[in-house]
Design a protein around this ligand. Structure first.
Ligand SMILES: [Zn+2]
Ligand SMILES: [Zn+2]
Length: 283
């Protein structure tokens, strides 16, 4: 499961665009967490009061889960190299000229990762890593905690943001999406720009991760990968319950708590049972 490369080499995004997305996400996670913890929280709750401790616990639970799932997603070996690929081509397998190995059904080569990824879904620019059979669970939990964090942050700082930049309306929207212009026009201060930026990023994150989670839920529900959805293939649809188990593992109900909780997957990522012909559907 663990990658044999050094951890720094494994964590390092391979492309400038991946590195930028990764860096922006890490910086924003820190900035928003510190803003909620050091600016908003002390205004509304006395330090070490019951609600103060609950908010600190909930905030850190989601924040640490984001980093832990991201780490596991990046460090998990998504290839079949540790299994040893067969030298002769089996039915349904393909030969990858880049890896010079035979590749199982549903595996695809990623030009950025430069490897064949088992049951490849897509290349995630925020992690700089492909999402596939072995790390799909971490990707879903990462997106889930980012989404929950965005919902939490939006509710948590709503009152403070309203006090700083005003009630919801045309000028507030303009402050959220073009705070610099509002500052130049003299409608806000530099601190107002900062608050509007935090609020704007939180709203954008909520919309982004809502859409991403919805899309992922739909393709998992149908037993597809993103590739198969594009090709209108639905030959591994075994019903939504088994489809979800094949992504989140046998202990699917625990995976959201912490990424190191074991949740074994069905198979090794090289063999997938096709649904019976009568169950095959097209989109
Ligand atoms: Zn390959
Ligand atoms: Zn990749």
């Amino acid at each position: 499961m663990e990658n044999h490369k050094g951890w720094f080499e494994a964590l390092r995004p391979k492309k400038p665009s991946d590195l930028s997305a990764f860096a922006v996400m890490i910086v924003l996670l820190w900035v928003i967490m510190l803003f909620e913890l050091l600016v908003v929280l002390p205004i509304y709750h006395d330090p070490l009061s019951g609600w103060y401790c609950i908010h600190v616990f909930c905030g850190f639970f989601m924040w640490l889960n984001v980093f832990a799932n991201l780490y596991m997603m990046i460090m998990t070996d998504t290839t079949g190299k540790s299994l040893g690929m067969p030298s002769s081509l089996k039915p349904g397998w393909t030969y990858c000229p880049f890896c010079q190995l035979n590749s199982p059904p549903r595996a695809h080569h990623c030009q950025i990762c430069n490897e064949c990824v088992l049951k490849r879904d897509h290349h995630c620019i925020f992690a700089g890593k492909c999402v596939g059979f072995r790390n799909y669970r971490y990707y879903i939990c990462l997106a889930l905690h980012l989404w929950m964090g965005a919902v939490y942050a939006n509710f948590f700082h709503h009152e403070y943001v309203t006090e700083q930049i005003g009630e919801f309306g045309f000028w507030t929207l303009l402050s959220l999406f073009s705070p610099f212009v509002m500052w130049l026009l003299g409608y806000t201060t530099l601190y107002g720009i900062f608050v509007a930026f935090i609020a704007g990023v939180s709203i954008f994150a909520f919309l982004l991760f809502s859409a991403l989670l919805f899309f992922q839920m739909v393709i998992i529900f149908r037993g597809q990968t993103s590739h198969e959805r594009k090709k209108h293939k639905r030959e591994y649809d075994h019903g939504w319950k088994r489809n979800f188990l094949q992504v989140l593992g046998a202990r699917w109900y625990l995976v959201w708590i912490w990424p190191s909780i074991s949740s074994p997957l069905e198979g090794d990522g090289t063999n997938f049972t096709k649904a019976y012909p009568e169950q095959q559907k097209c989109l």
